[in-house]
Design a protein. Structure first.
Ligand code: SAM
Length: 729
């Protein structure tokens, strides 16, 4: 009997348990269904294409050079290294021959990382050790053979056609001018500007098929003024603000009025992500380590996810909620669709769970190729090389040695990298070390045990703490909008494009009304015909009559337009001695490095030969580009009258009465050392105003000596323009 009671009780208990579990599953499923329904109802497609389709488009646009060239290629590289090493051992004539053929740099000793990395970190979980170690080894082969392998090809083939030029019309023009004997080192081949001036419309816009989590170039500290407005076009990631030098405006210092930072970006992802970051920065309860992870890392702690989701929810409930502050909402985007795209990212993040760390690592690893790994070998200390290799392989930042608490928490995939709507643009491999000045990191190192990854985390946390203080004390106010800047069609085509003129005028008028004291343009000047770019700048600064607007912007692509920025452009490439070609002496004598940098890594790094050459030649050739930039500013002033007519016909309002005026440019660009971890190099940061030189504050004109390179003369180059006089009209 007792047994039967127990059995009955037991089965009762079991049935209850089963019913309970069943109900729990139902509730969970309902919750999930509700989440999905809510998500679907608030999501709009970010693009008409899936991420994969956009990936294909991107590859077509940029031309993929990251596909593995195949086994025979790697075997040939290995053989070359072996024969060089053998020659080194044998010494004498064999060594002299190899040196003659490839230059002295072929004997550079690049230590293998295979063992030391494995000993320090072990191959990262979730990535196949075979694949990871092969990649590390291929990176080594590249580091050992660049740049002399390419150099030897160049010397063998002589002066190759300028086939690397991006625009087919550029190649056409180069070939024609070469044949006419009308081409010199220092000439700028700028087809888009030429076409616009000839009345042909041209599309040079930045690709829409990419989603960057952070900038791909380091910012230089530029001056911005309290109590004024700074407008940032193509702001991408708030890095400009993070490194800017905030000073009080004369006369306003007592009141400590806030700087209004107004950012515009075409990409709804950048707006959504950095709206969340700005909210997290404003809230002192959110650990700054969480902000650092969200900005840069491919993996987050669960605590970080909670902080992120908290701010996503509060943004959804306030800032951009339809029916909220309509004036604010109306201002947020070009149109309602764009507003919904920003919101789509936010509600996606509110409703989905992060992927696992394993999945994040795999996705990150899939974006890698040997050329992304090779730069790690340019670092001189073993602890830097292993820590950087771990970063490159995993994409993880802010999780290593900084916070024991963070290390104890569970890890999951970054939501901004790996949890996005199915139509979001794809990511390319981004490297956080291209977004920071490597010279600054070298300076801030505290002793030999301090790896460069640690220094990165410390420096960024300090910068974030500073920005947080400014936000909390209301000395900086951030507003971010999802809007697209367009340029005017050529004057003769304006009547055919009233919608574009309207879009141009509406954003330009909105910005002009803010009377910006300063503006930053990222490298948008590379993505507009230069004359049209100057039209935009002039129009945006037209209303700031008392204090003319100061403009900051940088060019990454000027080197593609500059004849002489590739070795094969030089007349005497075949005859160039090994010394000149391989070590770029005397060019590299002029490339000043601080002791800390010299002590940290090889700059410009073990990179393709033209990267190394271009990095050294940039200081000599950039004045020619600056003179070209100035010429286009003047042309924009001259043809403005034509535009004025067209704009008046189209009733584009006040803009039609914009004035022209002077032009002043900082006489030298600011250069930073390029990170050996990526191929972006010779990035030149300019500052200018459409006003006489007297209006440019001394602090803006000044170029910190620490990061400038002396000017030098390249054999066969044009006489340098007088860049000291880059002002006046
Ligand atoms: C010009 S892109 C290039 C990448 C840049 N070097 C960086 O590190 O951010 C910088 C930002 O400009 C934005 N952008 C590109 N074209 C734009 C346009 N016409 N109007 C507004 N933003 C634009 C992009 O979405 C991107 O976030």
């Amino acid at each position: 009997m007792a047994v039967t009671t127990i059995a009955v009780n037991f089965s009762w208990f079991s049935v209850n348990r089963i019913i309970f579990c069943f109900l729990a599953i139902l509730v969970k499923a309902r919750e999930k269904l509700m989440k999905v329904t809510a998500l679907q109802s608030s999501e709009v497609p970010i693009s008409a294409m899936t991420t994969k389709q956009q990936s294909h488009m991107l590859k077509e646009q940029v031309g993929s050079n990251s596909d593995d060239p195949g086994e025979s290629y790697w075997c040939a590289l290995q053989e070359r290294i072996e024969s060089t090493e053998e020659a080194m051992l044998r010494g004498g004539r064999a060594k002299a021959l190899v040196k003659k053929q490839f230059g002295p740099q072929c004997f550079t000793n690049v230590p293998q990382l295979y063992d030391s990395y494995q000993l320090t970190y072990g191959w990262p979980d979730s990535i196949s050790p075979d694949k990871a170690s092969t990649l590390v080894y291929k990176g080594y082969l590249l580091a050992r053979t660049l740049p002399w392998r390419e150099l030897s090809q160049l010397k063998t083939n002589g002066r190759m056609a300028a086939k690397y030029r991006r625009h087919p019309k550029e190649l056409e023009e180069l070939t024609r001018r070469q044949a006419e004997g009308n081409l010199q080192v220092g000439d700028v081949i700028d087809i888009p500007s030429k076409m616009m001036l000839e009345g042909c419309d041209v599309d040079v816009a930045y690709t829409e098929y990419v989603r960057s989590n952070f900038a791909n170039a380091a910012n230089v500290p530029e001056v911005i003024y309290g109590g004024t407005t700074h407008v940032a076009l193509g702001f991408n990631d708030l890095g400009f603000l993070l490194s800017a030098e905030l000073v009080d405006s004369p006369g306003l210092s007592e009141q400590q009025l806030p700087l209004h930072f107004v950012g515009y970006d075409r990409c709804p992802f950048a707006v959504a992500k950095f709206k969340v970051v700005a909210e997290m920065l404003k809230d002192e309860n959110v650990p700054l380590e969480h902000v650092l992870q969200i900005w840069f890392s491919s993996t987050w702690t669960t605590g970080c996810v909670a902080s992120f989701k908290g701010k996503v929810q509060s943004l959804l409930a306030t800032d951009i909620e339809e029916g909220g502050n309509q004036a604010e909402v109306g201002n947020d985007c070009d149109n309602k669709d764009d507003l919904t795209k920003v919101k789509t990212y936010l509600s996606h993040w509110a409703h989905v769970d992060p992927v696992s760390q394993a999945e994040a690592r795999q996705q990150h690893f899939d974006l890698l190729s040997p050329d992304k790994v090779c730069g790690v070998y340019s670092f001189l200390r073993e602890n830097d090389r292993t820590a950087l290799m771990h970063y490159v392989l995993t994409g993880e930042i802010g999780l290593q040695e900084l916070s024991c608490k963070a290390a104890a928490e569970a890890l999951v995939g970054s939501m901004t990298m790996w949890s996005v709507p199915a139509t979001a643009p794809p990511m390319m491999h981004d490297n956080a070390f291209s977004a920071i000045n490597i010279g600054l990191l070298a300076e801030k190192r505290q002793g030999d045990g301090d790896s460069i990854v640690n220094v990165f985390e410390r420096v960024q946390l300090k910068a974030l703490a500073r920005l947080r203080r400014l936000l909390v004390e209301s000395r900086v106010v951030i507003k971010l909008y999802n809007k697209t800047l367009v340029y005017l069609p050529p004057a003769n085509a304006m009547l055919q494009s009233p919608a574009r003129v309207k879009q141009w005028a509406s954003l330009v008028q909105e910005i002009a009304a803010l009377k910006p004291r300063t503006m930053s343009w990222s490298n948008l000047l590379d993505y507009f015909p230069l004359t049209s770019f100057h039209d935009l700048c002039r129009a945006c600064s037209a209303a700031a009559t008392e204090m003319p607007t100061i403009h900051y912007g940088y060019s990454m692509n000027w080197r593609h337009k500059m004849y002489g920025m590739r070795l094969e452009d030089l007349e005497d490439i075949r005859g160039m001695g090994d010394k000149t070609c391989c070590t770029f002496s005397p060019l590299d004598k002029n490339y000043k490095q601080t002791n800390q940098v010299r002590d940290t890594c090889v700059i410009p790094g073990f990179l393709p030969v033209n990267t190394v050459y271009g990095e050294c030649a940039a200081a000599a050739l950039v004045p020619h580009y600056m003179a070209h930039f100035q010429e286009k500013a003047q042309q924009s002033a001259e043809h403005w009258a034509k535009y004025r007519q067209g704009l008046a016909t189209l009733d584009a309002g006040e803009i039609a009465s914009l004035g022209v005026g002077d032009f002043t440019m900082r006489p030298k660009p600011k250069f930073l050392y390029s990170s050996p971890l990526d191929y972006g190099f010779a990035v030149s940061h300019f500052a200018w105003a459409y006003a006489p030189k007297t209006c440019m504050p001394e602090a803006v004109l000044r170029v910190s000596q620490q990061y400038t390179r002396e000017q030098l003369q390249i054999p066969g180059a044009r006489k340098l323009p007088d860049i000291g006089g880059l002002h006046g009209r």
